[in-house]
Design a protein around this ligand. Structure first.
Ligand code: CMP
Length: 143
């Protein structure tokens, strides 16, 4: 089954939007199979965002993402990578449709409360970076 890495960023935790965000995914039928509150080290932040190294906002992004606790999650379900990206909404604030998480809660391109994997390859890489095998729990839902 497809898996995605999802993270509520420090601003999402500060704004007390963790429950709202997880609730949207639960109601959609996306299954949470890994979840932890953590403060990201600078080393992990640089690895996670390596693809953005050299961009004008990179150092600001590293400072921001390590500035406080985040909620890191692994989510599972049919086609979840695309489904979650749609529910998250576009990075550019003006492009994020109302009804999406960013469309409803974000006006800033950097402090945008949530990260979600954009491809299978990145989902695997990000899950491996943030989670040990034993922290991911496979289980069945009653419904
Ligand atoms: P995310 O989906 O986690 O992936 C890369 C992150 O870089 C993005 O969310 C934003 O937090 C950040 N980012 C992208 N564009 C900008 C920008 N123009 N200015 C500041 N931060 C940005």
């Amino acid at each position: 089954m497809e898996k995605s890495f999802v993270m509520v960023k420090p601003d999402g935790v500060q704004r007390e939007l963790v429950g709202e965000i997880i609730g949207r995914f639960e109601k959609k039928g996306v299954k949470v199979i890994g979840l932890k509150l953590m403060v990201i080290s600078e080393e992990l932040a640089r690895k996670h965002y390596a693809v953005h190294e050299g961009k004008s906002f990179f150092e600001e992004l590293i400072k921001f993402i390590t500035s406080g606790p985040v909620v890191a999650m692994v989510m599972e379900g049919e086609g979840v990578i695309g489904v979650i990206r749609k529910m998250v909404g576009a990075t550019k604030p003006g492009d994020a449709d109302p009804g999406t998480i960013r469309g409803d809660f974000v006006l800033d391109a950097g402090q945008n409360i949530i990260h979600a994997s954009d491809s299978k390859e990145n989902a695997e890489r990000e899950i491996d970076l943030f989670f040990a095998k034993e922290e991911i729990i496979e289980y069945s839902l009653a419904v």
